[in-house]
Write a protein that binds this ligand. Structure first.
Ligand SMILES: [Zn+2]
Length: 260
């Protein structure tokens, strides 16, 4: 493992403005996930398509924790998970398989996130999956896909089934495994995942008390339509993400680039 650079130091290299902005936004997202505790040792990924390309992506260096990610240590890779630039860090091609399948199949999925949070995995491990029993699950009516567990995701056959199951939805519960979201922007992918994570947390708490009160389909449909109106073209999601980024920046004053 290469020695970490001085925390907070970033090098702009020769990246275009568009790529640099994508790097800053994605690195900020890793710090926001860290802030929420959506981390699993050195595993899981948030990936973003390099602007202006269809088959190049940015991913976290394998071995670093989310709070160690910076715009310039993100690594540019192709769909096969091969590095397209020099980096002292390795990447985790096996972990990228799920992401590459979705990036390849869904042109709108510019950002893909995946977590193994306790609440997400707990709900993913129940027969019924997400119940329409709380404020946040009602905002995801018809928006959550399901994919059956097939072991650690590393084969292309599974990728086809996963993409098929996802369809055009923004979120997925990978049964017995975890949560996934995708979006046109980092902010959209974050906000979809946040709602799903919150819905899972509350369902878990409700299950501990017992007797969940189900919400009628018509009200769920209305709630989901309302949340879409709140977020025309992702502006609401961006406002929320920017706020979370500022919160993360206040916790890490050593990171100049993180302050929006
Ligand atoms: Zn996973």
């Amino acid at each position: 493992m290469a020695k970490l650079k001085t925390v907070g130091s970033t090098e702009r290299h020769n990246y275009s403005d568009a790529e640099w902005n994508a790097r800053v936004e994605l690195a900020a997202c890793y710090h926001v996930f860290e802030m929420f505790g959506w981390v699993e040792l050195i595993y899981n990924h948030i990936t973003v398509k390099v602007p202006g390309t269809d088959d190049e992506f940015l991913i976290n260096p394998f071995g670093l924790t989310y709070d160690e990610v910076t715009p310039d240590n993100l690594i540019r890779i192709n769909l096969a998970g091969e590095k397209l630039e020099d980096s002292p860090y390795p990447i985790n091609p096996a972990g990228f398989v799920i992401h590459s399948a979705i990036h390849a199949a869904r042109k709108d999925a510019k950002c893909v996130t995946h977590t193994h949070t306790t609440a997400g995995l707990a709900i993913a491990s129940t027969v019924g999956g997400l119940e329409m029993s709380n404020f946040y699950s009602a905002q995801l009516y018809g928006e959550v896909a399901y994919h059956d567990f097939e072991g650690i995701s590393d084969d292309l056959g599974e990728c086809e089934r996963l993409v098929q199951a996802l369809g055009d939805r923004p979120t997925m519960i990978m049964r017995n495994h975890g949560l996934l979201s995708c979006g046109e922007t980092v902010a959209e992918a974050f906000y979809s995942l946040w709602r799903l994570e919150r819905a899972c947390q509350i369902q878990m708490a409700t299950a501990a008390i017992g007797n969940p009160l189900m919400i009628p389909d018509a009200i769920c449909e209305k709630s989901t339509a309302q949340i879409k109106r709140f977020d025309p073209e992702g502006q609401g999601a961006q406002r929320i993400f920017d706020g979370m980024r500022r919160r993360a920046a206040r916790q890490r004053p050593d990171l100049d680039w993180l302050a929006a």
